[in-house]
Write a protein that binds this ligand. Structure first.
Ligand code: ADP
Length: 271
């Protein structure tokens, strides 16, 4: 005996999904959720012709920002005989599951604590009816806590591609990346690579890039620790504005420096 029926369901659902990637960051405010959302749209755009599907599962239980970024904050998840039906974003038809889309009142999000957080994440894994997908991205809260542990343990028997770590170039952000790296290594989770967000400022008038912080800090950091460096995304008003307005940077500002960088990152993950 000893077979866990709940785990069997998770395995079955997850085995229909080709690539499963966890998006992490050492600290908050480095743009992890914006990058995760933008990346999901970029992957969906690149996969559009072959009709492969992309989804994002928001594991930030206390501060879910994915529903707003993918402009589905008015929609509610419905229960079907197949499980929880994920929402479909107007942005490149990315599928979404988030605790923010389960509740009637978004303010009740703050009461989620340890054991209930673990339980809801298990239910996301077990009960979401994703169907066949090409990519499933997991957005997570900053740091490495219960949410990460629950997801990684739940996905132990299926193949996870690994973790993408988002950082900004400041030393204070990079110092927290060390903890993420040792967490991944302890969990036996492959590190797909490091992304430097807010890397330089693109002038909206002349398009010239100015470094705000130490330039190439994250790339050097990654090289020193033998981690792949996946690329840099500049500070770009197109990104902050589209995040603020719930627009798709990929659809509305496809020629912006941040959109181009996100498409490059998506291409890098498809290789
Ligand atoms: P995190 O998930 O790491 O806490 P967010 O994704 O919420 O960070 O981003 C924090 C803020 O920074 C948001 O207002 C977002 O719009 C903005 N932001 C993130 N990345 C960029 C960027 N490359 N250019 C401009 N603004 C950005």
């Amino acid at each position: 005996g000893g077979r866990d029926p709940e785990q069997e369901v998770i395995n079955c659902r997850m085995n229909a999904i080709k690539h499963k990637i966890i998006i992490m960051s050492g600290k908050g405010g480095v743009g992890k959720s914006s990058v995760a959302a933008g990346l999901s749209m970029a992957l969906a755009k690149l996969n559009h012709k072959v009709k492969k599907k992309v989804a994002i599962c928001d594991l930030d239980i206390c501060g879910p920002s994915i529903p707003r970024l993918l402009n589905i904050q008015e929609q509610r998840v419905i229960h079907t005989p197949y499980g929880w039906q994920p929402l479909t974003s107007p942005h490149n038809s990315v599928k979404v599951m988030s605790v923010g889309s389960l509740m009637g009142n978004k303010d009740s999000a703050v009461i989620w604590r340890g054991p209930r957080k673990t339980a809801i994440i298990r239910r996301f894994l077990k009960d979401t009816f994703w169907g066949r997908l090409d990519f499933l991205l997991f957005d997570t809260p900053p740091g490495s806590s219960d949410e990460h542990l629950t997801a990684i343990q739940g996905l132990q028997e299926v193949k996870l591609d690994g973790a993408v770590i988002v950082t900004s170039p400041q030393a204070v952000a990079l110092s927290t990346v060390c903890r993420e790296i040792s967490f991944c290594r302890k969990m036996g989770l492959r590190i797909i690579g490091l992304v430097e967000n807010m890397s330089g400022f693109v002038c909206p008038c002349c398009q010239e890039t100015t470094d705000l912080f130490s330039s190439r800090g994250a790339e050097r950091f990654a090289t020193e620790r033998s981690i792949p460096f996946l690329g840099r995304i500049p500070v770009d008003v197109s990104l902050s504005q589209s995040c603020e307005d719930g627009q798709s940077i990929i659809q509305e500002f496809q020629h912006s420096p941040a959109a181009i960088a996100l498409i490059q990152l998506a291409e890098c993950l498809m290789k």
